[in-house]
Design a protein around this ligand. Sequence first.
Ligand code: LHQ
Length: 262
Amino acid sequence: MAEEQGILYAVEQGVATITLNRPERRNALTPAMLQHLQSAVDRAGTDRAVRAVLIAGAGKGFCAGQDLSIFDAIPKPEEVRDIVLTYYRPTILALCRLPKPVIAAIQGVAAGAGASLALACDLRIMAEDASLLMAFSNIGLAPDAGASWFLTRLVGYSRAYEIAIAGERVSALRALELGLANRITLADALAADAWQWAHRLAQRPTVALGLTKAAMLQATEQSLETILALEADLQAQASATADHREGLLAFTEKRAPRFQGD
Ligand code: LHQ
């Protein structure tokens, strides 16, 4: 397992696990961590052996958002803008552009930009005692790192606004009801369940899963006409894969497909 400035990276059986590893600070994010997180996401994207990605937090929490202790006292507005644009923006975009499914495994709290990070993942599994906290408004800030984009798309404007301005924890159960979490599980089972889920996805037809992500992320942005054309292009790409051929063969031979990821 490789460690770079608070980020662990390991690949096992097609699953890349990226762990935020500053447990003593609830995995609060520093610029260096964000750079290494982005590198890890890019590495998972280019490594053909990786077919699903899991993002987890070490210790008692998923991520407490921006490390507030790096600022002297009150950060300068231009410093805040620079951090958001230089470190958060490329990391969030890298996650969305990664053509493989990304699961966030959430224990404890995902707060502030840590909640943004969790929401930028394609799928979320939460421990039953975990929560999401749009902590921004509690310190007089507005959402960043994509939180306003993801939250409004997942739950609609009015609920998103309610959650953002209340600054209260959204429990795992409520997150599941709202569609912010895909699954919840027992705290002790989180790591194993999240990994098993990622491992199952890593055995699926990877190219098709990546194309599905690209289509669905754009579907909320574009007209039906545009998406119908995009789907035709993506389908042409999917149909050229060995996994498509294997899927067709398995169907005619009445057996389970053995997808190789290309
Ligand atoms: C922390 C942090 C933290 C440093 C816990 N920083 N040390 C903002 C500004 C600029 C640019 C970019 O974008 C942003 C966006 C944002 O992310 S704003 C939101 C920032 N995050 C927060 O406001 C959350 C602050 N943290 C908390 O509310 C709690 O710590 C949570 C709910 C996350 C966890 O609570 P507990 O499990 O009770 O842990 P704790 O509070 O005891 O924290 C453990 C240690 O971690 C503690 O240090 P200590 O020396 O006392 O043991 C905390 O000070 C430290 N820590 N979050 N963001």
